[in-house]
Design a protein around this ligand. Structure first.
Ligand SMILES: [Zn+2]
Length: 48
């Protein structure tokens, strides 16, 4: 079972990426990705 998640910039709160992951993973995703609004790499967290 896969779950769609949105990855949100932790600095400006822009939702920049959509991805899917295994539902069984109990912890929240947290990835460093490029944010076009901040124009740099920031920590992105999953949001719903
Ligand atoms: Zn940002």
């Amino acid at each position: 079972m896969r779950e769609d998640v949105t990855l949100q910039c932790s600095e400006c709160k822009e939702q920049n990426y959509r991805t899917s992951r295994e539902r069984s993973a109990g912890k929240k995703l947290q990835l460093k990705k490029y944010c076009p609004r901040c124009r740099k790499h920031t920590v992105h967290r999953e949001s719903k």
